[in-house]
Write a protein that binds this ligand. Sequence first.
Ligand code: PEP
Ligand code: MG
Length: 571
Amino acid sequence: MSTALEGRASSPGVAMADAFVVRKVQVDTEAEAAGTPEEEKERADAALEQVEESLVELAESKREDLGDEADIFLAHADFAGDPEIADMAHEQIDDGASAEAAVTAAFDSFRALLEKSADEYMAGRAADIDDVRDQVLAVLAGGGDAQVPTARSVVVAHELTPSQTARLPRELIAGVVCAAGSPTSHAAILSRSLGIPAVMGVVGLLDAVADGTPLAIDGSSGEVVVDPDDAEREEFSQRIKQEEALAERLAELVDEPGRTADDRHVELAANVNDEGTLDTLEGTGAEGAGLVRTELLFLEHDEPPSVEDQIAWYRKALEAFPGQRVVIRTMDIGADKPVPYIDLDEENPALGVRGLRLALDRRELLVDQLTALVRAGRDASPDAGRLAVMFPMVSRPDELDAALAVVDEVCAAEGAERPEMGVMIEVPSAALAARRFAQRVEFLSLGTNDLLQYLFAADRVLAGVAHLPDILDPDVLRLIRDVVEGAHAEDAWVGVCGESAADPVQAAAFVGLGMDELSMTPTGIGRVKDALRRVTSTQLAEAVEHAVAADGPETARKILTDAVEGATPDA
Ligand code: PEP
Ligand code: MG
């Protein structure tokens, strides 16, 4: 009998194939050293070297597919080649440890050092170190080569490390399913850039699935069917056919603008997190960037980035969108994005000094960033994108006034025109004051990730409260309608740049509410474009009217889904 499991939808697409289970290498680190200390050191060194070399090769062989995201493997190779790790391992071996135990201890001490920094970015690096350690242990165990399937399979694992994901031969991977992880884990991000359907966080997965168990998965809904019966196979075959038809339609639409069936233009733009995102733009049909995050620049180093370093990144972002608008957001650091050089000891960081609050407190950082932005915009080549600048985490109009005053000062100093300016609406007070914000800037952009967190008092990274917020809650829809009306009353354009815009039904709701632009993970654009073209703006406006009056988000979702799926386009 089949078993239905559920996880987090992490990379869209449908797949049906047998499972290939990737197991963690089991190494006995308690066992006595088999060789002399010299022999154990040689084994450890050889394994470290082999892993270093194979990671450098992996980075080069994946560069075409992954672009700059392949650099992660060079960083991993650096760990394997780090002389400090080898020295630590040698010391352990001198004290009688086996190569396996010594390598484990060396990587673990290195990891502990990083973890002490207690920030999210460094904690991420700690997980990378485990990945490299496990590769070295696999070589010591005599395996060496990564576990890879030989026939087309759905890869199943507790969690896949970046190197495991990248080593999987693309042509044999029908899908990826993990017991742990979330849509933001490395394996999910890589699956999306490679276009592989993926479901993360599937409870009970490894108890229900063995090597060779037939699986059917849907990366858009998070469904995982173990050992599907005939009816389920038929159902998933239909979905696969629909996916294939969709892929063909999307390929034809790639150069078409976003529009509804009655030709209302809705700009469909890309959210850009880092340089890796720029490499995933091809074939997505993005009409510019609605949100370029700049936090990584500030998170990556022990000191703030120089104006020159910032200009280099902003220029790349502008050049990636020739002739289109590129909305670059000033640093949104603090809270879940802490930086090592700013000491914020807060009990409730999500409610603390973050985003624009921090930028106004640390004016020199804001001046540098705006200087870099204004110079990058001013000196951009004529075929680059057009700079627009947006502020995050703004709660009161007077904060925006203070920030705009800095913009004017910087523009005067640089002899540059003020760029198109906008503000994120991601705090309830800002949503309520949308019209007053719209009097001050050219555009508003709804940050639904934070707006939902604050509206429902539900931490956006805490799984235990993830069921509470819903963007299709009728009262939230009503609030968004007020934001759109406030913006339009002041001739400002208004868009959405939170994750919710990538869901076709939610995107349709936003268009029904009057949004001018939707910005999302680039690979989400095609599906939204396809959905919008099947329905008129009038049908969407009517559906939203009903949804706003519905008794809860489930009913609202049903009304909107019916509108999108049941529409018979007249254009
Ligand atoms: C948001 O909050 O919706 C948003 C787009 O910003 P971030 O996810 O970077 O906080
Ligand atoms: Mg936000």
